[in-house]
Design a protein around this ligand. Structure first.
Ligand SMILES: Nc1ncnc2c1ncn2[C@@H]1O[C@H](COP(=O)(O)OP(=O)(O)OP(=O)(O)O)[C@@H](O)[C@H]1O
Ligand SMILES: [Mg+2]
Length: 285
């Protein structure tokens, strides 16, 4: 199979033209907001990530793909500070990150969803999404208990923000339903709502469409594109469905056995021989 020689870095107009060609409304892909530089992450003897570098640009949908165990979720866990890599650097908005805790990173405007749904099953949709506001709450729970007035005013503001998200995600009808009773596809949507409640600038989605039927996937794609478009949110998306990736990603980084094997536009990675081999399970050296 022939594959094109990797093209030089593309400018914004090229992205816009490609998006138009794919029937998407062109949106601006801006400057680099995050740089992942030479990250290596080990768990004992297992090297989950090996010397990986890539960047994320403002306003783009950046997909991370690769076979099972490639290191995709681990990479998200490095980006949001759950894991501390043994080697390498993360740069966010021009500053090198040093020894930050996940909640500090969340306050910088980075939110995520998880591969396995992480919601409070006994709590309603509304209350689960409300937990996403925690990083934005100024007054702690004790303070709220002592001084009901200002805390109440703050709570009303947060409730309004949550209601907007509920409208946006078209889940008004389940706002009072405990999420444990919801079908899987809707639980994933609530989880997206919880992440959106933090008003992230950078949203990390770990397989938001896994286990969904075609219709649910289409809905989720639409919401992801709308978040990207309407709020200008930069999105990092781990996804196994190549059709989805081809449809909505601006650029794709491909991992295999913890290493980066390709990085480029959807068309470039799809025709890259290393990528084809990785997905066919061709043994690597
Ligand atoms: N907390 C951990 N402790 C030990 N090993 C881990 C841990 N997390 C991940 N690994 C290992 O690191 C490697 C990469 O795992 P990771 O979950 O990042 O892959 P993935 O690309 O997300 O795979 P999948 O598509 O199956 O979700 C695997 O070999 C996995 O077993
Ligand atoms: Mg994973």
């Amino acid at each position: 199979m022939n594959h094109p020689v990797a093209e030089a870095a593309k400018d914004d107009s090229t992205y816009a033209a490609e998006e138009e060609a794919r029937g998407l409304a062109p949106h601006r892909v801006g400057e680099v907001v995050m740089e992942v530089r030479n990250i290596t992450l080990r768990f004992g003897g297992v090297t989950a990530i090996r010397d990986i570098s890539f960047d994320i640009r403002e306003g783009e949908i950046r997909a991370i793909i690769g076979p099972n165990g490639a290191g995709k979720s681990s990479m998200l866990n490095v980006i949001n500070g759950f894991y501390h890599p043994q080697e390498g650097e993360i740069w966010f908005r021009g500053a090198r990150r040093r020894g930050m805790r996940p909640h500090q990173i969340a306050r910088q405007g980075i939110a995520r969803t998880f591969q396995n749904i992480a919601l409070f099953k006994g709590m309603t949709t509304l209350d689960n999404i409300m937990t996403g506001r925690l990083t934005k709450m100024k007054r702690g729970l004790v303070w709220q208990a002592l001084w009901a007035g200002p805390a109440e005013a703050e709570e009303i503001r947060h409730r309004e923000a949550v209601e907007k998200i509920i409208d946006f995600l078209e889940i008004q009808h389940i706002r009072k339903t405990p999420v444990g009773r919801l079908p899987y596809g809707l639980q994933k949507r609530v989880e997206l709502g919880r992440a959106l409640a933090a008003e992230p600038k950078l949203l990390l989605l770990d397989e938001p469409m896994a286990g969904m039927n075609v219709e649910e996937k289409e809905d989720m794609c639409r919401f992801i594109l709308d978040v990207n478009d309407e709020f200008g949110t930069t999105i990092v998306l781990i996804e196994h469905d190549m059709g989805v990736v081809m449809d909505i990603a601006d650029r794709v980084v491909v991992l295999d056995y913890g290493a980066k094997i390709a990085d480029g536009t959807p068309d470039e990675v799809r025709t890259n021989q290393n990528v084809i081999d990785a997905y066919l399970g061709v043994p690597h050296e």
